[in-house]
Design a protein around this ligand. Structure first.
Ligand code: PGA
Length: 262
């Protein structure tokens, strides 16, 4: 049996779904189903639900987080949320550079980089998302885009700091489309990311960092993705909005990771 050497994380991203009451109901139902989960389950919930869910603290395995935060510590920035506010509300991690932030809200890798640094400073674990569009893939630019996203979003980050960051490869064409990357495509790109990390931050750091795949993950395809050598977990949107589908993915993971190729 080959045990994964790195921290395995299954993460849910609720996006702009679930009121506080709906969130409380879902997490209650979900925690009962995953009480034997072998690894932490990260949930990136709407800002409004963070405090209520961290107070409810339904399962020690569930780690509550946010979907975005400001790069500034505080100030006249109407509508923004600071890292300190997130920590006080109970968020322990934050998604940064999600493709919806990059493409719908125009976030650059430079801004994402400032957010990553701020999150580390405030003690919130960054979960950095990177990934190419379909046009970029068709133009054979996937590696170029991943290199840019990684190096620019992590500019100035030390090896020690990088070990406190989780990275998710989420091809934009796979997000919310029902068209997931094949396990081979996901493995190829995550192996490429690990190689880049090794070149810039050293082999030891690359061997330790947790890399996730995201994009149309379902209970049906989760296991074959988790079997891949460089996939240490999953970032799940749509399928995390229903307790039973998300719980199936969380509960199946033990079985899947034991099938990993060494
Ligand atoms: P999806 O979303 O699982 O619905 O494709 C993934 C994500 O946006 O993180």
């Amino acid at each position: 049996m080959v045990e994964p050497k790195r921290k395995v994380v299954i993460a849910g991203n609720w996006k702009m779904n679930k009121t506080i009451e709906e969130a409380k109901t879902l997490i209650k139902e979900f925690s009962i189903m995953i009480k034997d989960a072998p690894n932490p389950v990260y949930l990136a919930v709407p800002f409004t639900a963070i405090y209520a869910l961290s107070l409810q603290s339904p399962s020690p395995q569930i780690v509550i987080g946010a979907q975005n935060m400001s790069d500034a510590p505080e100030g006249a920035l109407t509508g923004e949320i600071s890292g300190r506010m997130l920590v006080e509300a109970g968020a322990r991690f934050v998604l940064l550079g999600h493709s919806e932030r990059r493409h719908l809200f125009g976030e650059s890798s430079q801004l994402v980089n400032r957010k990553v640094k701020r999150a580390l400073q405030e003690g919130v674990e960054p979960l950095l998302c990177i990934g190419e569009t379909i046009e970029q893939r068709n133009a054979n630019q996937t590696e170029k885009v991943l290199r840019e996203h990684l190096t620019q979003s992590l500019e100035g980050i030390t090896s020690d700091q990088l070990q406190k960051i989780i990275i998710a490869y989420e091809p934009v064409w796979a997000i919310g489309t029902g068209k997931n990357a094949t396990p081979e495509q996901a493995q190829e790109m995550l192996a490429f990311c690990r190689k880049l990390i090794s070149e810039k931050w050293g082999a030891q750091t690359a061997a330790k960092i947790t890399l996730l795949y995201g994009g149309s993950v379902t209970p049906e395809n989760a296991c074959t993705l988790m079997e891949q050598t460089d996939i240490d977990g999953l970032l799940i949107g749509g399928a995390s909005l229903k307790a039973d589908s998300f719980a199936r993915i969380v509960n199946d993971q033990k079985l899947c990771t034991t099938k990993r190729k060494p």
